[in-house]
Design a protein around this ligand. Structure first.
Ligand SMILES: [Zn+2]
Length: 317
């Protein structure tokens, strides 16, 4: 199958089901500038060809417009939404100019604690792997192994294994663990990894959507009712005060149902006055989808063909 035929079949044929046109919502996290050391996410060039493809063969639109059209049943074939989770500074510095070049709107889900500085626990690990001068590290006293850090591949592997091992610890323990790794590797966590208050406002002023993603990025369903409510409510209030506009959408941290959030959290999000919420369960949405658990997927593919094929597969999930 050639490229334009695949693109046409994705946007025109499979995009329409018995419940009307289907809506794919894509999730991005970081977009690294070219030459970034030890890249753990998408590079600017890859993001750029993906956006050029969406502009050429699809109809990218804002989440507000897409959800309104979805509910009214007048969504156009090829509609697609772009979202970013967590609130990385590179979203403004690297991704925004590309989005603007292709006139693609996006919604950015911000974890509000990092507006004041600091970094997410997983970035403690990645920044350590990136910056350390050590060629190996011993984490046996932390219940992990011995890792060689001599090559980029070994650093990537070590980072993935450490993150996997500590992901579901309670947040204070997890941060404590990540801090020990940082100390052990003799590095400093950069202060400017995440968007600050002015940068969030700049995204908003550029016409991009701002959504809530909790204060501290916890595994919501492990929290008490009150703690979960505070995480959800405060992230909305802080962002609304910052941008002086309503924040109507929420993205569940990590985003897998029953593993990362539960029905209790869906109810909390509804009660806090959001208009819709997004998970990270794969698939697309249609008129009958649950507005409080809209599916999304990550298009990390490194070739145009695979990227389109994934869009195609997701229409059938
Ligand atoms: Zn997140």
């Amino acid at each position: 199958m050639n490229l334009s035929l695949l693109a046409k079949s994705v946007t025109r044929v499979v995009a329409r089901g018995q419940n009307g046109v289907k809506l794919p919502i894509l999730i991005y996290h970081r977009v690294h500038p070219e030459g970034y050391p030890l890249p753990t996410d998408m590079m600017a060039k890859q993001f750029e060809w993906q956006m050029s493809l969406l502009r050429a063969y699809f109809a990218p639109l804002s989440l507000v417009d897409a959800l309104e059209q979805l509910q009214q049943g007048d969504l156009k074939p090829g509609s697609v939404c772009i979202t970013f989770d967590d609130g990385y500074e590179d979203n403004l510095l690297v991704a925004l100019p590309i989005l603007e070049r292709y006139q693609i709107p996006a919604t950015f889900f911000i974890t509000t604690n990092y507006i004041e500085g600091g970094a997410m626990w997983n970035d403690y690990i990645w920044e350590s792997m990136r910056d350390t001068q050590h060629q190996e590290v011993e984490l046996i006293e932390l219940g992990l192994g011995h890792y060689s850090l001599a090559s980029e591949g070994e650093r990537l592997q070590a980072g993935k294994q450490i993150i996997h091992a500590i992901k579901y610890l309670v947040p204070t323990e997890r941060l404590d663990f990540a801090s020990k790794v940082v100390n052990k590797l003799g590095v400093h966590i950069p202060k400017s990894l995440m968007l600050n208050a002015d940068q969030v406002k700049m995204l908003h002023r550029a016409g991009m959507g701002i959504g809530a993603h909790t204060q501290s990025h916890p595994i919501l369903h492990t929290l008490s009712d009150n703690d979960a409510k505070v995480e959800i409510r405060e992230s909305k209030t802080i962002l609304e005060n910052l941008i002086q506009a309503p924040v109507d959408y929420f993205a569940y941290p990590n985003g897998k149902r029953d593993q990362d959030y539960s029905q209790r959290d869906v109810d909390l999000v509804k009660n806090e006055g959001f208009k819709a919420a997004l998970s990270t369960e794969w698939g697309v949405s249609d008129r009958n989808s649950d507005l409080w658990q809209l599916n999304r997927f990550t298009p990390w593919d490194d070739t145009v063909f695979k990227y389109l094929a994934r869009m195609w597969i997701n229409y059938y999930r």
